[in-house]
Design a protein around this ligand. Structure first.
Ligand SMILES: NC(=O)c1ccc[n+]([C@@H]2O[C@H](COP(=O)([O-])OP(=O)(O)OC[C@H]3O[C@@H](n4cnc5c(N)ncnc54)[C@H](O)[C@@H]3O)[C@@H](O)[C@H]2O)c1
Length: 317
């Protein structure tokens, strides 16, 4: 099949594209490198010179997007373009909103023109700071529209609304609400919790904990997530589906795991909690289990060890 991947230089896209190329599909991808990594593209180009076609441009530019795949049949689209890390999506909040609205509208229009199936990468952030725990898909969320994270949280909510509108127009749209995902090939400076802990520990620095570290996260290993994305794309499900780990862990416990693997003598430094930082997140994955027969398999200790192994090759000491 011919498959288009938006945001193809990103972390999740890297693992997804590798899997799809291994299955002999041809991948068309583009990226503006706002948070993507050029090394990922170089590696894919070297390993799969005949089946991976890349162009650098912004999803907001409909003309370039349309020209890129003008005379190509596109069977499926994985729409992943959007910076996912808070420090990065807050650098240019208007562009983040444009990516979520104009960009998503552009790619849905391409799906309509090409009659392609499309999967939108939405996020657990659409639940905001949830008052229901764990979060099922029919929980409408508790989101701040007037804060630093709003450009992403509200942007993704609008992306879902656009997807709903195109679904009603007859486009086969899938929506995945991704909860925190981690693993090898995350960008070293994306500011996400595990990336920070591992790079700090490898450099022998103190690990920075925001707040008292009692806030929780549920971390899903990247290969588990990719299996879920593929299953959702192949399914006949058009309602939003949560994908993520049900194993909830405190930030301070994540720091302890990283320390225990890299260096138990490393100390912790505590800093104030950023505004809108969610206190608790855990997906209800009843629907993913029921409709996709999916649940994560990789344990947190094993996943963090694999991530550390790969980070050791990249972190400069
Ligand atoms: N990783 C997670 O834990 C997580 C959680 C929830 C949702 N998601 C969603 O999954 C998708 C991928 O996340 P990721 O962790 O791989 O993030 P990432 O930042 O590594 O990848 C996003 C990619 O999109 C590209 N991009 C951003 N805006 C673009 C634009 N306007 N035009 C072209 N390219 C653009 C970036 O350069 C980057 O390569 C995102 O949509 C994100 O919101 C991820």
């Amino acid at each position: 099949m011919n498959i288009l991947v938006t945001g193809c230089a990103g972390f999740i896209a890297y693992h997804l594209i590798f899997t799809l190329l291994e299955q002999n599909h041809t991948i068309y991808g583009f990226d503006n490198f706002i948070s993507g990594q050029k090394e990922n593209i170089e590696r894919l180009n070297i390993l799969y010179p005949n089946n991976f076609v890349f162009k650098e441009f912004d999803l907001i530019d409909f003309e370039k997007l349309n020209k890129f795949i003008y005379d190509i049949k596109i069977d499926q689209i994985y729409h992943l373009a959007c910076p996912a890390s808070p420090p990065i999506y807050q650098i240019d909040p208007l562009h983040t909103l444009d990516t979520c609205y104009i960009g998503t509208r552009n790619i849905l229009e391409i799906a309509r023109i090409k009659n392609s199936k499309i999967l939108l990468a939405s996020t657990s952030e659409i639940y905001g700071d949830p008052t229901v725990h764990p979060q099922p898909e029919n929980y409408w969320g508790n989101v701040n529209s007037f804060g630093l994270r709003s450009c992403y949280d509200e942007g993704k909510r609008v992306s879902e609304t656009l997807s709903f509108i195109y679904l009603k127009k007859g486009i086969d749209v899938k929506i995945v609400r991704i909860f925190n995902t981690y693993g090898p090939k995350m960008s070293l400076n994306d500011g996400r919790v595990l990336t920070n802990f591992i790079t700090q520990a490898l450099r022998g620095e103190n690990l920075t904990i925001y707040g008292d570290g009692s806030q929780t996260r549920s971390l899903c290993f990247c290969t588990d997530l990719i299996k879920g994305l593929l299953k959702l794309m192949d399914s006949n499900i058009n309602m939003p589906i949560n994908l993520g780990s049900q194993f909830e862990i405190r930030i301070i416990e994540i720091a302890e795991i990283v320390k225990s693997i890299i260096n138990p003598d490393i100390k912790l430094t505590f800093k104030p909690l950023p505004s809108d930082d969610p206190k608790q997140r855990r997906p209800d994955i009843t629907n993913a289990k029921k409709y996709l027969d999916w649940e994560p398999q990789v344990g947190i200790q094993e996943g963090i060890s694999l991530m550390i192994k790969e980070f050791k090759e990249r972190v400069k000491l």
